[in-house]
Write a protein that binds this ligand. Structure first.
Ligand code: PHE
Ligand code: NA
Length: 501
């Protein structure tokens, strides 16, 4: 007999898991710098506009599709309309690419927890940056694909995959919910202590001033608005299939919009807290080096693996800062990785009619193997960088744009989805929602996509050789679409119920 589809046992656990997915590396290492670069305190205005006009409306769209059609992304879209299945597979493949490199970053962060105690980077006379590139990742001099493995990354990556797969096999309640119920409180407590410790560092106030001082002139600049919209799509994990999948596990009787607002504002609250913590720490770093905050401010890998180690070495009780910071990256990353993997597992489970355990193992193990073959190598950083730039920053925009156009104009699905949302929500939506999803969504996404396209075409990404970007950037982004079409052509299992539930 086919297994009964699991549901989150309570609304609280759904919210916790959805927040676990939304709060990821982006909140910690991306938001602070994006806000700082785009108007500081004044960025709050485009940011709030982007949340209310695009982020939350699209989050509701994902919830509506998942909760109404009760399936993984391909199944939910298929039930909505036969031809829409391919959209779900596109999301599955995007999640696959993100999953294989997200695990690598989590593994690096885990190693850096340990290095915070040993201060391993102090042994390199050229500093933490040189340590990261040469001693830790052993980055090859040129971009390429070699299978030159780096043991000290391979081992922690195996552990990351083991932990993740064990959680996935256990299922929605015993695995995903439970992991989030443990990791999220831990993350919040650790991060709160980190922020408090950071604001008391000498020089912290300069960092906070740099972060909060509003530059209202910036609001006249369209790229600032695009940055706000771009960040919020990524930060809320909308249009990745994640929220479709998670909301398909919500009980039929739920409060969709009420939960959505909680998730969105919890995510923003965490980002704001991260802005404070990160800039307080950067203020200390600048103060120590006799530099301006502007000279030390960075984001992403540079912030986490170059700036923070420097701070850890110089700050009073630096080891504590390091363990809290890198530990936060690990927990924030793991809860996001789980959600990304669930998109893939649930999709194959539905399509092939498998039970949870075999589906999880048959799907996750190959994903883990590919991740382990590509990323703990001397060329892993190049691959990660290019895949992130083309799939995560570019492919996802294209996918999101196609989805809002297809659901909005193509299939005219918004009225019935709005009706579903209103039937299952404490906070009701008016026509405004349809206008935002059908009009503002495509306009904002279209504008950003054109912008991205121009940037990606005008300069060789990061100065990598053209063949490298051709294959792993453009080629990969295109292959995902072809792959999605092929996957949608595979017949569904006899166990799968394709009609409207
Ligand atoms: N929303 C997460 C963040 O802000 C990132 C993420 C993207 C997580 C895609 C899952 C999937 O970091
Ligand atoms: Na986020």
């Amino acid at each position: 007999a086919p297994e009964k589809r699991e549901t989150f046992s309570s609304r609280k656990l759904f919210i916790l898991s959805a927040v676990g997915s939304a709060v990821g590396l982006g909140n910690i290492w991306r938001f602070p710098y994006v806000a700082y670069e785009n108007g500081g305190g004044a960025f709050l205005i485009p940011y709030l506009v982007a949340i209310l006009c695009a982020g939350i409306p699209l989050l509701f769209l994902d919830y509506a599709v998942g909760h109404r059609y009760r399936g993984s992304a391909p199944l939910a879209y298929r039930r909505l309309n036969r031809k829409a299945e391919v959209l779900g597979w596109w999301q599955v493949l995007i999640c696959f690419i993100i999953a294989i490199y997200y695990a690598a970053i989590i593994a690096w962060a885990a190693m850096y927890c340990w290095f915070s105690i040993t201060k391993a980077w102090d042994k390199n006379p050229d500093g933490a940056g040189a340590f990261f590139q040469s001693d830790f990742l052993k980055v090859a001099p040129e971009a390429g694909v070699g299978f030159d493995f780096v043991g000290s990354i391979f081992v922690p990556m195996i552990l990351v995959w083991l932990v993740t797969i064990v959680i996935m096999v256990a299922g929605v309640n015993k695995g995903i919910s439970r992991a989030n119920a443990v990791f999220m409180p831990l993350l919040i407590v650790m991060f709160a202590i980190l922020v408090i410790q950071s604001v008391f560092l000498p020089g912290a106030i300069d960092g906070l001033n740099a972060f909060f001082t509003p530059d209202f002139e910036a609001l006249k600049n369209p790229t600032v608005w695009a940055a706000a919209f771009g960040h919020i799509f990524f930060s809320l994990s909308v249009a990745f299939g994640i929220m479709v999948t998670y909301s398909s596990y919500m009980k039929r009787k739920s409060d969709l919009t009420g939960s959505g607002y909680v998730v969105a504002f919890a995510n923003s609250g965490f980002e704001l807290l991260a802005g404070i913590g990160v800039f307080a720490a950067l203020g200390f770093m600048a103060h120590n080096a006799g530099q301006s905050v502007d000279e030390v401010a960075t984001s992403g890998i540079g912030l986490a693996f170059i700036a923070f180690p420097t701070i850890v070495s110089q700050a009073p009780l630096g080891a504590v800062i390091g363990v809290l910071f890198f530990g936060s990256l690990v927990f924030a990353g793991l809860t996001s990785l789980i959600s990304i993997l669930e998109v893939i597992v649930a999709a194959f489970q539905d399509k092939l009619g498998w039970r949870r355990t075999p589906a999880t193992l048959i799907v996750s193990i190959p994903v883990a193997v590919i991740s382990l073959l590509l990323f703990p190598t001397t060329t892993g950083l190049y691959l990660l960088d290019t895949m992130d730039a083309f799939v995560n920053q570019f492919g996802i925009l294209a996918c999101a744009l196609v989805i809002v156009i297809v659901l909005g104009s193509g299939l005219g699905a918004l009225p019935k989805l709005a009706k579903h949302l209103n039937r299952h929500s404490s906070i009701k939506l008016g026509t405004g929602w349809k206008v935002l999803v059908g009009g503002v969504g495509p306009a904002a996404l279209g504008y950003m996509l054109i912008n991205e396209l121009q940037t990606k075409m005008s300069e060789q990404y990061s100065g990598y050789p053209a063949w490298f970007n051709g294959i792993f950037g453009w080629g990969m982004a295109g292959a995902l679409i072809i792959g999605a079409v092929l996957l949608s052509l595979i017949p569904w299992s006899k166990n799968s119920k394709l009609d409207d539930p």
